[in-house]
Ligand binder design. Sequence first.
Ligand code: ADP
Length: 471
Amino acid sequence: MSLRVEHDIFMVRQRGREVAAAVGLEYQDQIRMVTALSEVARQLLGRGAGADVTFRAGQDPHGLGQVLRIDLTAPGALSWDERGRGYAAAVERLVDRLETVREDQASAVRMSRRIPPTAPALTPGRLAELRSRLVEELPGTPLEELALQNEQLVAALDEVRRQRDELTVLNRELRETNHGVMALYTQLSEELEATNQGVVALYAELDEKSAQLRAASEAKSRFLANVSHELRAPVTAIMGLGRLLADSSSDPLTSEQGRQVELVRGSAADLLALVNELLDLAKAESGRLEANWAEVDLRVVFGQLRGTLRVLATRPEVELVVEEPPQPAVIRSDEVLLAQVLRNLLHNGLKFTERGEVRMRAERLADRWRLSVADTGPGIPSELHGRIFEEFYQVPGRSTAGTGLGLPYAKRLVTLLGGTLELTSGPGRGSTFVVTLPVSAPPPAPPVPPSPAPPSSVAPSPAPPSSGPEG
Ligand code: ADP
């Protein structure tokens, strides 16, 4: 088709729509395509030289599939001014592809729109048929085309309104959802705050309970220390008086009286031992016990224990073995307290073992010493491993003298020395108590925890050794 006068724009537009409908473009796409066509046609006509319009349908070389392509060819070069570029951008949105190409003496604007795959295939036969049908159709008047264009405009406006209404509904829904989310968020925040307050209250209660426990534990330690201290003098006096009564220079006693005085003396000795142990434990618990840090030679400690405990190993079926510690056997610790712990463990071993051996050995780990006392005695059921470290606890059914204070005391001392006391044992398997101690220095200021809660607020921590890291 030729585009020479303004009237032609109507003709081109009308034909364009007929072609677009014939090749199977959807209604909205038909309008988009012919709107783009009449816009470009108006632009080209405005340049004064007119243009030729060609409709092509077929496969797109750029991969769009089957397309309807409309070419508008005008003589000379096409250079869009600013307004023209604006139009081109608007037109580009109406089609799938828009390009301007330079031919020999002319320029061409090519617009392509995809034909939906559901449309019938454009075989040569079908194209020929479409062509002849379009030729037969009589062109309408510009007025008819104008009326049609108006109709399309009204439809487009309706579509815009419909979309705006949809958008309003969507916006309202979004606002409502937002409200819901906000309400949920507020509710969650409130619940969280309430939970937080509960937790804070619980913590306060816990702190209060800890303070009460600490106070109770301190009171117990004070009571034990005072009572045992006060008991020591009268018990010592009873023992002295007993000795006097039994003395050969005193008035002679009947044999029955002599036996009874011996019983009194024995009981008084037991009582004194108990009182002394209680005093030791109370001292350790109150934190008043301080380690006297020095270089300790384990061989010396082991040698002394070997000597002093031999007298306790009275059963011929039980052998006491104290192995020689590997060299160099030095440790930074408190010799007296360490010896007390080991003596206690050896003493227990000898007390409870009826045949076999009680063996003490030292083993050097990287930065620790592992001192173990193992026996072939009756063993301790695993469920009692915690309990035997409690004050006064004794495994039921073991009829040996004792107070049940030795292990709790030993544990406190080991803690004071910066180490741990552990037990491996089971019924019939014997018992192995293991003391693990740091080689060079205790950990920074180890507190001495009494059973329920550490008396951190009252018990001064033991002074760190002068050569150790700051504690
Ligand atoms: P005591 O020896 O004065 O009874 P301890 O605190 O030293 O108190 O020990 C608590 C209890 O642990 C003992 O009464 C005993 O039942 C058990 N026990 C301790 N050492 C051993 C051991 N080597 N073998 C078996 N039982 C042991």
